[in-house]
Ligand binder design. Structure first.
Ligand code: BG6
Length: 491
């Protein structure tokens, strides 16, 4: 079974930070895949831009290395790779001076009518400068899109300021604030599951759902991003965007259509209904952690401070939160959220636990009736499992068994699972903003996160140490166990 490939219109994709980490690991491999699958028109161009001096040829060999390192061997087809590399160009450019802008304009003006996408794969400090210069140097045409990576701001005030700066030069329908979690297959499947089946929606509420867990666990540490990460921490890096977005998709009301504004309007309502966490409840509802030396992937690893090369830092590398959504559908249903670096394994999932049956007709010999759970596994081994109770087959007495109805994507569909960026990069060209964050959403997420940051500071809540390779500090476990529940054990 193969998915349908719909070619996109001709475009020029300018990637600022074209020789950076994101371009190397994600953007170039994603564009290669789309090209290999026949989605890019013959004359589409990809232009890497940064301050480094590179010729087109050096950039092509950089890209060749990126693809060899980050694309599975069986997906590298020499002819497709050569065709892809021939699309690549490079322009040396400085976000903070006039250098290189006229040359880039001349190059883009060779094809004045095509779609122009500018991808800001740079540090957040340059987003505003680049947006201004793209516009002031006349690089923008009516078909321009601006792709903004995270983080959009480091708090509400700075997010507003950045959005204002961008808004002075680009209209909201040109701005694509990317959250790559929204492009993950399972996340989109959550929409299909909820809204393309009659089964779930009637029970998708506090009458039938006991609680929801969202875990985004990473086994990696800082990966050379110490400078950024120590300023951010897990709450800003993962919760304000990825995890909050996942929570919105679980919780939103059915939108009238799967289009950008309908979906984003509903997400916004969830964000606005989040119960505030502030000085009055931050210690009961949140946990901060920081990893210490331990073992990960079988080897000894350093603690956060050693990775950072500093004697001291209060940045959290783990956070757990008990969130609540104050509306009719969700009142009283906790959403337990957790994320961390250097945890036991790389594992992201959404677990929806249904309420216990009201009365059991089975006697004790049948065994326990376990609550139904829907497990949406984002990574690795993407898939959906609905856990149910059935009768253990065979003669003899009635014995109950807890089994999963399994929909493992890799097994069921036998297709390569595309990386989130493949889909999102093409959505930009198509002008489809459904999986991108609107300005008001980003600001509403900060409105919830800001008071948590302030309350941690005001209350002096320091991160608690946890050994690398575990599931975080014991208080992260206590957060859910206090309520008589446990974190879902990965299968
Ligand atoms: C990024 C964060 O947005 O997401 C990183 O900045 C994190 O710290 C990454 O490692 C995780 O993405 P994924 O797709 O590997 O789960």
């Amino acid at each position: 079974m193969s998915s349908q490939i719909i070619p996109v219109e001709p475009f020029d994709y300018v990637v600022f930070g074209g020789n950076g980490d994101l371009a190397e690991r994600k953007l170039l491999p994603a564009l290669y895949h789309r090209d290999r699958d026949g989605q890019l028109p013959a004359d589409a161009r990809i232009i890497g831009a940064s301050r480094t001096f590179f010729s087109d040829e050096t950039y092509r060999s950089f890209a060749r290395g990126a693809i060899k390192a980050h694309v599975r061997q069986e997906d590298i087809e020499p002819q497709a790779l050569d065709r892809f590399l021939a699309r690549l160009h490079y322009r040396e450019i400085d976000a903070r001076s006039e250098q290189g802008w006229d040359e880039l304009k001349t190059f883009l003006d060779e094809a004045p009518d095509r779609i122009r996408a500018f991808y800001l794969a740079v540090g957040p400090g340059l987003f505003g400068d680049l947006a201004c210069r793209i516009s002031e140097h006349g690089l923008s045409n009516p078909k321009t899109r601006l792709v903004v990576e995270k983080p959009v701001g480091r708090d509400l005030a700075s997010a507003r300021e950045l959005n204002d700066t961008i808004g002075r030069h680009f209209s909201e329908d040109q701005v694509f604030r990317i959250d790559h979690y929204l492009g993950k297959e399972t996340v989109q499947n959550l929409m299909a599951l909820r809204f393309a089946n009659a089964l779930y929606e009637p029970v998708w509420n506090s009458t039938h759902i006991d609680h929801v867990q969202i875990t985004v666990a990473e086994s990696v540490g800082l990966e050379g991003r110490a400078g950024y990460y120590d300023q951010a921490g897990a709450l800003r890096d993962m919760v304000q965007n990825h995890i909050v977005q996942l929570m919105c998709l679980v919780a939103l009301e059915p939108p009238s259509a799967m289009n950008a504004d309908a979906l984003r309007d509903e997400k916004l309502k969830v964000l606005r209904a989040l119960r505030p966490i502030d000085e009055s409840n931050v210690e009961q509802l949140t946990v901060r952690g920081q990893y210490k030396a331990g073992a990960s992937a079988g080897g000894a690893v350093k603690g956060y401070l050693d990775d950072l090369g500093e004697a001291d830092s209060d940045t959290e590398t783990f956070v757990a939160i008990k969130a609540e959504i104050g509306n009719w559908r969700w009142a009283g249903v906790p959403f337990y959220l957790r994320t961390g670096k250097r945890l036991s394994e790389r594992m992201s999932e959404i677990v929806v636990t249904f309420r216990p049956i009201p009365h059991s007709i089975f006697d004790r010999t049948a065994g326990n009736v376990v609550q139904n759970q829907l497990v949406l596994r984002l990574q690795p081994n993407e898939g959906v499992r609905q856990w149910l109770m059935i009768k253990d087959p065979g003669p003899g007495g009635m014995r109950l068994r807890h089994v999963p109805l399994d929909m493992s994507f890799a097994e069921s569909f036998r297709v390569r699972n595309p990386d989130a960026y493949e889909r999102l990069l093409m959505d930009v060209i198509r002008g489809n903003q459904t999986l991108f964050m609107r300005r008001d959403e980003v600001e509403a997420a900060w409105e919830w996160v800001d008071p948590i940051l302030k309350a941690w500071e005001a209350k002096g809540v320091k991160p608690q140490g946890y050994t690398a390779g575990t599931w975080g500090p014991s208080s992260g476990v206590a957060l859910i166990e206090r309520d008589g529940r446990t974190w879902h054990e990965p299968d």
